[in-house]
Design a protein around this ligand. Structure first.
Ligand code: NAP
Length: 242
């Protein structure tokens, strides 16, 4: 059984990624933070692809929770390697920097940047031993160009972009690739409440993207066909920025 772990797999982009990787034959480890019902819905969609999955509830920013769930799963499933890791879990808490609370700053960095670190460190040893792995990090246009009102989110995603490039060089010899995907505006719960009409007008394609359009690229990076691509950041933003 070859496995793919998707953090934040219960909703949005993560859910579409779970479905895509299931269609590529992976057993999906569906991580979520609190939304069990949504995670179960993702599992049904994974099963509809003819694959199967396991729900793993943990907060990616909480090392103890990671150790007691993912750590235990790894210990009990030594014969089932995680070949693909998608660090997708993330939150945004937008406000101008001068009025940003410590919690808004650290909460966003904890989820994206520390989450990337804790989960990847735990999973990568198995990949290095097997001499095969695909790590795909969900970053953002904000991490590349910076977005006003999102200094915390832009910093977190820019941090993951730097980490992607550095880690890619560390593990390339072992046939483990590390890439990132930088979406623009994608229709999910995260973008709910945004002024879609005005923002779409700024996008050359004149619309938001879909989670499935992002998941296609994850499927490619996860595939054997992407074997010589590492340290790359792929924009998926309808032409908004590159
Ligand atoms: P979403 O619809 O809000 O879903 C977020 C997912 O992350 C949920 O599955 C949620 O789990 C999980 N999650 C949040 N915090 C977590 C934590 N601490 N530990 C574990 N899981 C956690 O978001 P999305 O739009 O799909 O975004 C997915 C990723 O793409 C994020 O990293 C986001 O920054 C990035 N992104 C999104 C857009 C966009 O326009 N949507 C653009 C650029 C980048 P629960 O269901 O349990 O809450």
């Amino acid at each position: 059984m070859k496995c793919a772990l998707v953090t934040g797999g219960s909703r949005g982009i993560g859910r579409a990624v779970c479905v895509k990787l299931a269609s590529q034959g992976y057993h999906i480890l569906i991580n979520y933070k609190e939304n069990l019902e949504a995670a179960q819905e993702t599992l049904s969609l994974v099963k509809a692809e003819g694959s199967d999955g396991t729900l793993l509830r943990f907060d990616v920013s909480n090392l103890q929770e990671i150790e007691s769930t993912l750590g235990v799963w790894l210990e009990e499933n030594k014969e089932n390697p995680i070949e693909v890791l998608v660090n997708n879990a993330g939150i945004r808490q937008d406000t101008l920097l001068f009025q940003m609370s410590n919690e808004q700053w650290s909460g966003v960095l904890d989820a994206s940047l520390n989450g990337f670190f804790y989960v990847t460190r735990m999973v990568i040893t198995g990949m290095l031993l097997k001499r095969y792995g695909r790590i795909i990090n969900m970053v953002s246009l904000s991490g590349l160009k910076g977005t006003a009102g999102q200094v915390n989110y832009s910093a977190a995603k820019a941090g993951v972009i730097g980490a992607t490039k550095a880690l890619a060089q560390e593990v390339a010899k072992r046939n483990v690739t590390v890439n990132a995907i930088a979406p623009g505006f994608i229709t999910t719960d995260m973008t709910e409440g945004l002024p879609v009409k005005e923002l779409s007008a700024m996008v050359p394609m004149q619309r938001f993207g879909t989670p499935e359009e992002v998941a296609e690229a994850v499927g490619f990076f996860a595939s054997k066909g992407a074997s010589y691509i590492t340290g790359e950041i792929l924009n998926i933003n309808g032409g908004l920025y590159s």
